[in-house]
Design a protein around this ligand. Sequence first.
Ligand SMILES: NC(=O)c1ccc[n+]([C@@H]2O[C@H](COP(=O)([O-])OP(=O)(O)OC[C@H]3O[C@@H](n4cnc5c(N)ncnc54)[C@H](OP(=O)(O)O)[C@@H]3O)[C@@H](O)[C@H]2O)c1
Length: 246
Amino acid sequence: MGYITNESVALITGGTRGIGLEAARGIGRLGATVVLIGQDSGRTERAVEQLVSEGIDAVGEVADVVDPQALSAAKDRLGPLGDPDVLVLSAGVMADRMTRTLRTSPEEWRRVMGVNLDGAFYSIATFAQGLARQRSGRVIGVSACLGRFTGPGTSGGLAPYRISKAGLNALLRNFAAEMQWGARGVLVDAMCPAHCRTDMGGPDAPRSATEGAATIVWLADRNGQTESGEPVATGLLWEDQEVIPW
Ligand SMILES: NC(=O)c1ccc[n+]([C@@H]2O[C@H](COP(=O)([O-])OP(=O)(O)OC[C@H]3O[C@@H](n4cnc5c(N)ncnc54)[C@H](OP(=O)(O)O)[C@@H]3O)[C@@H](O)[C@H]2O)c1
């Protein structure tokens, strides 16, 4: 048996489309109640209706992750569902195409850093207090290969996007250390979904959003200990259920 039970609550920012929606579907199928956060009310409503029609216990809340007060109000409206066991940070935006460092406007820098990095911090600050208190939880940040300091992360360009994801990686690793690398019952990890067919990834990407979300679902359902009782590895960057270099 994995970590997720019928009593679990998973909150997914950016859960209304793309990889976040597929993560919500996968975690919901394991029995959890899923809470979808999006900024567009129509899309949020439709995503919830779709999951409910599939037999998944789903609710939605509209909030812009750049606005901590909106997140806090959403948490209040959610009541006990605002203290999830699993927090998935999938809300994100891509940078404009021509955003090499010297060609990025301050507005574009702020827009992307706002959603991808500030939004992740505000979401953790709002929704991860309960799981830290109860000493049991999973926090999974949807990062990107473009945010790595190795491999595909080292090609330049798309400066606000790359730096926001590198910052997200740092945020998660720092939080994982504060959670004592799983010793306090909370596993904190970053993952790369690879290039997926979503509104962001475009129609020609090599993988489906479901494939991209599979490692999120796996991380959400991971037990804190191996079968032999060893603590599992956490505070890491994952792709296809394997650790990859930052
Ligand atoms: N697709 C890829 O190939 C790929 C590759 C590597 C990493 N990623 C990462 O994976 C994550 C999901 O990407 P995706 O391809 O699924 O993107 P997507 O299809 O464009 O969906 C983005 C999601 O984020 C939400 N969102 C955006 N800005 C928000 C805000 N300010 N407040 C609240 N919600 C917000 C959207 O909600 P609304 O519908 O309400 O706008 C939507 O649910 C992102 O973090 C992205 O950087 C994607």
